[in-house]
Design a protein around this ligand. Structure first.
Ligand code: NDP
Ligand code: HSE
Length: 435
């Protein structure tokens, strides 16, 4: 049987990893697939690197020539970003090429357009590596879960942020130093603000939300809050109270609509998710028939991500001759059966909360804060004074029971308006993982 011919775009972290996997595991891959996968062409800026990393592949200075080339069966897009990558993917699809991409930003922002064109052109677009690196979560959601109504997904889905939070907690390392390390290890995005401000996790939870609930991809509906403003004190206080702080992507279906959000979250330390450290990712899926399932593995890095890219290549190769009606739909549900849903604003979501208040250490302060919370219908689970600062200011940490976020948003300015309160209130959401 003729070899499957790959056209590879990009030889950065994931592109080089993909070339390595295809070369090192060539025999094992062909033993699984029944035919050879050949790295036929490669395009990147650095021709010398291309020749050394992929000595048997033809180098193409112009990536558009590669995506149109008749000797390419599958285009693997690993440039990243949404400018040239979008044009290349659309051009590849237009030319009848199947596409594998690890580009979550591209799919979260332009997935609907790409899948629509791919459907018309009868080609596959696979994206396992776009979410949670080496964890086969897309396959789990699209295929393994297909008998279920999915209720919620929560995940640690940004390796860089999790690496930073873990290093800060375990070694007390400064944020900037750990971020630099994550960049050197190839975990971070080309622009690492996407990692630390929650955008990357937002892209990933947006894709998973669409797969879970059968909706078009809607990144605009995703609330984003990253880890850059987290104070090491809150990580420490959370720990003292039996919690870990993790950057979580959350999507949940309720009668009111779909929640879609990314933010730092306190998790009880006894939970498996709370103990996912370093660059590791984990995704917890709750569905009506199977119940709770948890997927764990490396969320970034050359070879784990390449493992997912190459698995997609193998999947496409197996399905090349299948009628399009027998392929797994791009977004798990039949394209004509996707449904628009109401995405909840943050005011409408329900959560419990960690609040840190800095106030004068004098009688009556705790009582007035408790009164404000009660007045907004918020019930307190725990209220702890963390000690007195130099200027006779006390730090008070409050854990609330579950409440609608608009209650908290009303309570915070009222607390800050108290004469005894001397700094903005810190608020971090909490999840018990009891649903
Ligand atoms: P890198 O920045 O390491 O690599 C990108 C590669 O594409 C580089 O070789 C770059 O060349 C090349 N490239 C980009 N634009 C052009 C262009 N216009 N013309 C020619 N070459 C170009 O990125 P990663 O490998 O880390 O990421 C690739 C994709 O995979 C991204 O979408 C990312 O989000 C995703 N991803 C990354 C993971 C990781 O662990 N790193 C994990 C999962 C997904 P040059 O170096 O010369 O600029
Ligand atoms: N920058 C991403 C991360 C790469 O740190 O998770 C994997 O998608």
């Amino acid at each position: 049987m003729q070899a499957i011919r790959i056209g590879l775009l990009g030889l950065g972290t994931v592109g080089s990893g993909t070339a390595e996997v295809l070369q090192k595991n060539a025999a094992e891959i062909s033993r699984r697939l029944g035919r050879e996968v050949r790295l036929a062409m490669v395009s990147s800026r650095d021709a010398a690197k291309a020749r050394s990393v992929c000595p048997d592949a033809q180098y193409m200075a112009d990536p558009f020539e590669l995506v149109r080339h008749p000797d390419v069966d599958i285009v693997v897009e690993l440039f990243g970003g949404t400018q040239i990558a979008k044009d290349l993917v659309l051009e590849a699809v237009e030319n009848g090429k199947h596409v594998v991409t690890a580009n979550k930003k591209l799919l979260a922002e332009y997935g609907n357009e790409i899948f629509a064109l791919a459907g018309r052109k009868n080609v596959m677009v696979q994206f396992e590596a776009a979410v949670a690196g080496g964890i086969p979560i897309i396959k789990a959601l699209r295929e393994g879960m297909s008998a279920n109504r999915i209720k919620s997904i929560m995940g640690i889905i940004n390796g860089t942020s999790n690496f930073i939070l873990s290093e800060m907690r375990e070694k007390g390392s400064p944020f900037a130093q750990v971020l630099k390390q994550a960049q050197e290890l190839g975990y971070a995005e080309a622009d690492p603000t996407f990692d630390i401000e929650g955008h990357d996790a937002g892209h990933k939870i947006t894709i998973m939300s669409a797969l879970a609930f059968g909706t078009p991809v809607n990144f605009g509906a995703c609330y984003l809050e990253g880890i850059s403003k987290l104070d090491a004190r809150d990580i420490r206080y959370a720990e003292e109270l039996g919690y870990r702080v993790k950057l979580l992507g959350i999507t949940r279906l309720s009668e009111k609509g779909v929640e879609l959000r990314v933010h730092p979250t306190l998790l009880p330390e006894c939970r498996l998710l709370a103990n996912v450290n370093g660059v590791m990712n984990a995704v917890r899926v709750n569905a009506d028939m199977v119940g709770e399932t948890l997927y764990y593995g490396a969320g970034a890095g050359a070879l784990p991500t390449a493992s997912a890219v190459v698995a997609d290549i193998i999947d496409i190769s197996r399905l090349l001759s299948a009628d399009s009606g027998h392929r797994v739909p791009y977004l798990a549900f039949q394209p004509g059966r996707l449904q628009e849903v109401h995405f909840l604003s943050m005011d409408e979501i329900t959560s419990s909360y960690y609040l840190r208040v800095q106030a004068a250490d004098k009688a009556g302060v705790l009582g007035s804060i408790a009164n404000i919370l009660a007045g907004e219908g918020i019930s307190i689970e725990a209220l702890i004074q963390k000690g007195v600062l130099d200027n006779n200011q006390a730090e008070i940490v409050i854990l609330t029971h579950s409440t609608v976020e608009q209650n908290i948003r009303r309570a915070i300015p009222r607390i800050e308006a108290e004469a005894s309160v001397s700094a903005p209130v810190v608020m971090i959401r909490m999840e018990s993982l009891n649903d």
